[in-house]
Ligand binder design. Structure first.
Ligand code: ADE
Length: 211
């Protein structure tokens, strides 16, 4: 991502809701209305931050990371790479006043079934996955089309040299230089690997399936 920023393919800015507070101590957290354990991000500073961002650019796409969101997948990373401006709105404490989510969220995503201390890491994960689908970000274009999830398949195992290392050999076909055969073999290995390790993905895989 550092290189993508240097090449002006992406840019990243930050807004701090604390800069939009109207209270004396620039507090952004607040107790939950009606009680409940833990603090929330208060609605006012966040709403004012997002209003300012939206007024600057009506085409902003707001993503809220949250455990309750739909699971972020490769298809989302590809689709969102076409958006010009994405704002990730990160919750802290126990979360965000729900009215902010209702007013601004274009999509809510979870990056997995576990609870992080805030949305920042989830936003970093999604930014990375989205950015690498932007033209020019990856050095080698082919690596995008060959990699895992392109057909909902796990990528075939890959190897480096030497061909034999500590008595373990790479598949002999890889050494013979017949690229059509190697591609076929890799496709078969990708299918088998997916079927074995991720049967849930295999159900949706875009490939000819044996019974
Ligand atoms: N915020 C806290 N946990 C999260 C998760 N698993 N995914 C996205 N955002 C989160």
């Amino acid at each position: 991502m550092k290189r993508a920023i240097e090449k002006n393919l992406i840019s990243i800015n930050f807004y701090n809701p604390r800069d939009f507070t109207t209270n004396k101590h620039n507090k952004v957290d607040d107790y939950q209305a009606g009680g409940g354990a833990g603090l929330l991000l208060n609605a006012q500073p966040l709403l004012d931050t997002l209003k300012k961002i939206k007024n600057k650019n009506k085409n902003i796409y707001f993503i809220f990371p949250a455990p309750a969101g739909k699971t972020f997948i490769q298809a989302d990373a590809k689709r969102l790479a076409n958006k010009e401006h994405i704002v990730f709105v990160n919750g802290r404490y126990e979360g965000i006043d729900e009215r902010v989510v209702e007013t601004y969220a274009d999509e809510v995503f979870s990056i997995g079934d576990y609870i992080l201390t805030g949305g920042e890491l989830a936003s970093c994960v999604m930014s990375d996955a989205i950015s690498r689908n932007i033209d020019g970000v990856l050095g080698n274009k082919e690596s995008l089309s060959e990699e895992s999830f392109e057909n909902m398949l796990i990528e075939a195992p890959s190897f480096t040299k030497p061909a034999i290392y500590e008595n373990r050999s790479i598949p002999s076909e890889f050494l013979k230089g017949n690229h059509a055969k190697i591609i076929n073999l890799k496709n078969e290995m990708a299918k088998l690997k997916t079927k074995y390790f991720r049967p849930d993905l295999y159900l949706h895989a875009k490939c000819k399936k044996e019974k």
